[in-house]
Design a protein around this ligand. Structure first.
Ligand code: OAD
Length: 231
């Protein structure tokens, strides 16, 4: 079981050019969350929802992992088996940086899901409401992302990791969205040392033992260097 569990949010990808949700000019200031990130919104207007995720997928394809993603991959490479990254991000920048032990609890922009039969496959750059499932043929194709009102993926595995880790670190997440916002408290109850790395204090900042504030591309590599300099 990983000794170090790292939760990441939109802030870690901000300096790669991908927008966050709740910062000024964030995605939720420009889009109605109920329209583009709920099953009800998708049922009402699938074209709008596909257009939203097609645009995000295009941004993601044009973005590169930054120094923070790379530092987490370096930490895992130096401490094999000790590190688990749990991300709320649907981009693929952790994978492209080289992280292997990775859970995308809110799903993946680069994957498609058939709401009819549950099949998953690699998403094309542009998805549409008329796309058919390659196996069952239903035109119920959606991005494989978790919407509000749906249960995040791999929760049992995450809970087990939180109860067993020695160090829990949250990076670039505002602490607004549960269950992820409750992970620090769960890890702390189980005895982990908890650290927040963020641009500014999150809504759950008080739960952490330690905090370092600044851009992810600075504070994350510095934290990884500190950790690796210890035996
Ligand atoms: P938010 O947009 O809520 O929060 C982003 C956090 O990153 C804030 O605390 C910012 O201060 C911080 N931040 C911004 N730029 C940063 C930088 N350069 N370096 C470090 N930190 C920075 O994003 P999340 O917390 O990830 O869910 O949002 C959680 C969930 O809400 C998302 O997964 C998504 C969203 O609605 C779904 O769509 C289901």
């Amino acid at each position: 079981m990983a000794r170090i569990v790292i939760l990441t949010g939109a802030g870690i990808s901000a300096e790669s050019g991908l927008g966050t949700f709740r910062d000024k000019d964030g995605l939720w200031s420009r889009y109605d969350l109920g329209d583009v990130a709920t099953p009800e919104g998708f049922a009402r207007n699938p074209d709008l929802v596909h257009a939203f995720y097609n645009a995000r997928r295009a941004n993601c394809l044009g973005a590169q992992p930054n120094a923070a993603h790379l530092a987490l991959a370096r930490l895992e490479a130096e401490r094999p088996g000790d590190v688990l990254v749990v991300t709320q991000n649907v981009d693929d920048l952790h994978q492209r940086a080289g992280s292997k032990a990775l859970i995308q609890m809110h799903g993946a922009l680069m994957r498609a899901l058939c709401a009819g039969c549950g099949l998953r496959w690699d998403a094309p750059a542009e998805m549409s409401a008329t796309d058919r499932c390659p196996v069952c043929g239903a035109a119920k194709t959606r991005p494989d992302v978790v919407w509000f009102g749906e249960v995040p993926y791999h929760m049992e595995e995450i809970q087990a990791a939180l109860s067993a880790c020695e160090v829990f670190v949250a990076i670039g997440t505002s602490g607004n969205v549960y269950p992820a916002a409750g992970f620090a408290a769960a890890a702390r109850r189980a005895g982990a040392r908890c650290m927040e790395l963020n641009l500014e204090p999150s809504d759950v900042s008080r739960v952490f033992h330690d905090r370092r504030f600044g851009p992810a591309t600075e504070v994350v590599p510095a934290w990884v260097d500190d950790l690796l300099s210890r035996p």
